[in-house]
Ligand binder design. Structure first.
Ligand SMILES: Cc1cc2nc3c(=O)[nH]c(=O)nc-3n(C[C@H](O)[C@H](O)[C@H](O)COP(=O)(O)O)c2cc1C
Length: 221
């Protein structure tokens, strides 16, 4: 696939088929992502991947904990409030996703079902966790973000679907029950990985972007 096509193809998949992804493919994606830049080539990221029954157990654990009403206790602090234009975009993407799913604002039952589905990684057969060692500066998150981006693009290049999900990192103790992540490694985020169910509307949804002129300042040209 052409690089520009891979960029266009990547989107957050919110309905996966249960078709498995083999370990060799996942290794190849990680190898591609290893090309990402990092501060002083420190490569602070580690990648922990759950497949098969391990992924199912983590998904079930996350769903059960959320259903019990437990507040998230992520290793990395997560934003809860946005202001101004960012708030508007945040609200808009959530509203659009619910609209595509046909979920009314007052339909608490289906809204909760969507939240459950989020914890269930939208049915993805593979969960990919990115960790960073404790005690690094915020620049390490930039490194992890670069890695994450390359990983998702490499997946798109192979026709695989991803959804980066903070939700998958809400309960680190559950993840650590199933993956050997030591306490000094902090879980940054999870990525749902698999094959998209491309027949469903939610996977045809594409989130909006601001026009380039709004975010770009060119000087001296
Ligand atoms: C750090 C991060 C955390 C995210 N967490 C979630 C999540 O928990 N659930 C979800 O459905 N999407 C999540 N997303 C996906 C974003 O909503 C999505 O990237 C954004 O709306 C842009 O859409 P696109 O990825 O389809 O281009 C997350 C994205 C990022 C980068």
């Amino acid at each position: 696939m052409e690089f520009t096509q891979a960029i266009a193809a990547r989107h957050s998949c919110r309905n996966f088929l249960d078709t498995p992804v083999d370990a060799a493919t996942i290794s190849a994606l990680v190898e591609m992502a290893q090309h990402s830049p990092s501060w002083g080539n420190t490569q602070p990221w580690r990648v922990w991947v759950a497949g098969g029954e391990v992924a199912v157990s983590i998904r079930q654990g996350l769903v059960a904990r959320a259903a019990a009403g437990a507040p998230p206790v992520p290793d990395m602090p997560m934003p809860t409030v946005f202001e101004g234009e960012m708030k508007a975009r945040y609200v808009e993407v959530g509203r659009s996703v619910f609209a595509v799913l046909g979920i009314e604002r007052q339909d608490e039952e289906r809204r909760n079902a969507h939240r459950t589905n989020n914890c269930n990684a939208f049915g993805a057969p593979v969960l990919v966790y990115i960790t960073l060692p404790d005690g690094l500066t915020p620049y390490a998150m930039l490194d992890a973000g670069a890695f994450l981006s390359t990983f998702c693009l490499a997946a798109a290049d192979r026709g695989l679907a991803t959804c980066i999900q903070a939700t998958l990192a809400h309960y680190p103790d559950i993840i650590r029950q199933h993956l050997p992540i030591p306490p000094q490694e902090r879980i940054v985020v999870g990525v749902a990985l698999g094959h998209a169910d491309s027949a469903c509307d939610i996977n045809r949804f594409r989130s909006a972007r601001e026009p380039v002129e709004k975010i770009l300042t060119l000087t001296g040209f």
